[in-house]
Design a binder for this molecule. Sequence first.
Ligand code: ADE
Length: 230
Amino acid sequence: MRIDVVTIFPGYFDALELSLMGKARDRGLIDLNVHDLRDSALDKHRTVDDTPTGGGAGMVMTPEPWGHALDGILAGEDAADPLIIFPSPAGDVFTQAMARELAHESHLVFGCGRYEGIDQRVFDEYAERGRVRLVSIGDYVLNGGEVASIAMIEAIGRLLPGVVGNPDSLVEESHESGLLEYPSYTKPAEWRERRVPDILLSGNHAAIDKWRHEQSVERTRRVRPDLLDD
Ligand code: ADE
């Protein structure tokens, strides 16, 4: 999968050089390209924002640098029917189901807004020319789209074939089955007088599967009853 990111803070994305994402990039499974929006600014001060037209607090990102940066990416020879995602608290809520859907895309472009947001004409322009989605990672406000993009890239990237070594571990996770994950234990069998549940030491795999499922349902009912309604 090709992923382009446009941001004024490219350093945030250094985190994606670590761990499984870093390995996936080294192995060519994810082709991540981070672009500094300021490289597309029009002036020598590399300005990317201005005061809101009509008044109000804060600053708004101006359309010209965005137009220049996105046009460059869309015109690139590797561009393949890209979907442009603008992280925004005003977008559709990102879920595991959306991650699965987006894992089928061949080219994602993340446009990270800052300040009070991006001039609306940028969304309108690219929605007319192609596919654009506003996506929120939850009902809280971040300082910009960078952290939200990293969360989405990791959730999507780990679903790509070959990124996670043992694909079984993807199936058994929270949210994959619509339930939260059951509790996990390892050795030693007793720690600070806390024993691993006997059933897990029984060797009876059918009984273990049943117990784990019951734990998942109980945990989901207690912590996230809304998931059971769905
Ligand atoms: N930018 C600011 N807050 C955000 C959120 N909750 N999700 C996505 N992008 C954001």
